[in-house]
Design a protein around this ligand. Structure first.
Ligand SMILES: NC(=O)c1ccc[n+]([C@@H]2O[C@H](COP(=O)([O-])OP(=O)(O)OC[C@H]3O[C@@H](n4cnc5c(N)ncnc54)[C@H](OP(=O)(O)O)[C@@H]3O)[C@@H](O)[C@H]2O)c1
Length: 273
């Protein structure tokens, strides 16, 4: 059978097309910084978040700056329909996605026992269900092409006793480490990014005051993304940007839980918003 007879010709690969990335939570903070860094590097981007008008405005700026193809997809990743809509884009073999950045996220203040369970379930969906389903959707095509990358934005909170948010981020680190081990032989890479405090809208949206966090603990979103992309190129499996946070995590691994929990409580007040 010649190629012309084949009813299912292979999808075009990233070797002949510009690389294409899909970034969730791309309307602000780290996601927007990823979108900017990737378009600068010549990637076509699919930008995902809930707020279409913010996505359109950010996409317009990137298109005029870098003259690359940018799509926007308004989807709520706390809902099954929203996750399915993004998964469909990732599973489309005719338009391969070379790099998936699972970045969307939000914080919940207050005490788990007092919080609305629906909000906790939304958090579980955005931080666990969405990366799980989107990674699954992306992997099919990536494995058949023998190439692809999944970058999961976790947090240093994933190494600390820090509420359900920390538990979700711990799952993401473990899942991503395993993804990279399991699928690197097939040409697919995975990396967990674990930043400390980053200046974005995250804490403002949570409605918490962050005055108690010292200046030296704050990271810049563009610097975090640059370090993440360097680590990715270097084959790193779990990226912790900045020497100061790598040192803090080393200490957290050897200190008793009681001490670590006290320090980790900074920036996550137990009082409701
Ligand atoms: N900032 C930090 O200190 C810090 C530290 C470690 C890790 N992180 C992680 O970094 C990631 C990005 O957060 P950020 O700091 O950049 O916060 P951010 O500025 O608040 O951005 C969050 C992004 O996620 C999107 N998003 C939130 N809920 C969503 C939902 N249900 N469906 C789809 N998109 C949703 C938001 O857009 P819409 O509201 O339009 O949907 C926005 O684009 C998160 O996973 C967070 O856990 C942040």
């Amino acid at each position: 059978m010649t190629e012309a007879d084949d009813p299912h010709p292979p999808a075009p690969t990233s070797a002949v097309l510009p690389a294409r990335a899909l970034v969730t939570g791309a309307s602000s903070g780290l996601g927007l910084a990823f979108a900017q860094a990737l378009t600068t590097r010549g990637y076509e981007i699919v930008m995902v978040a809930r707020d279409r008008s913010r996505l359109d405005a950010a996409a317009g700026q990137l298109r005029s700056r870098d003259a690359v193809d940018i799509e926007v997809l308004a989807a709520d990743l706390s809902s099954g329909e929203g996750i399915a809509a993004v998964a469909a884009v990732l599973a489309d073999m005719a338009r391969p996605v070379d790099l998936l950045v699972n970045n969307a996220g939000f914080g919940t203040a207050g005490s788990f026992a007092d919080n609305d369970l629906a909000e906790e379930q939304q958090s579980l969906a955005v931080h666990v269900q969405a990366p799980l389903q989107l990674s699954h959707a992306a992997l099919g095509g990536m494995r058949s092409r023998g190439a692809g990358t999944i970058l999961n934005v976790s947090s240093v909170a994933g190494w600390l006793p820090r509420g359900t948010y920390g538990a979700h981020k711990a799952w993401l680190i473990s899942f991503t480490r395993w993804l990279d081990i399991a699928y690197r032989p097939d040409g697919v890479r995975a990396m967990a990014l674990c930043p400390g405090f980053v200046r974005t809208e995250f804490h403002q949206r949570m409605g918490v005051q962050m005055r108690m966090v010292p200046q030296w603990m704050w990271l810049d979103a563009d610097a975090v993304v640059d370090e993440a992309l360097r680590d990715l190129a270097d084959g790193v499996r779990v990226s912790v940007p900045s020497r100061r946070y790598r040192a803090l995590l080393l200490a957290a691994r050897v200190l008793p839980d009681r001490l670590v929990a006290g320090a980790a409580g900074r920036g996550r007040p137990a009082t409701p918003r």
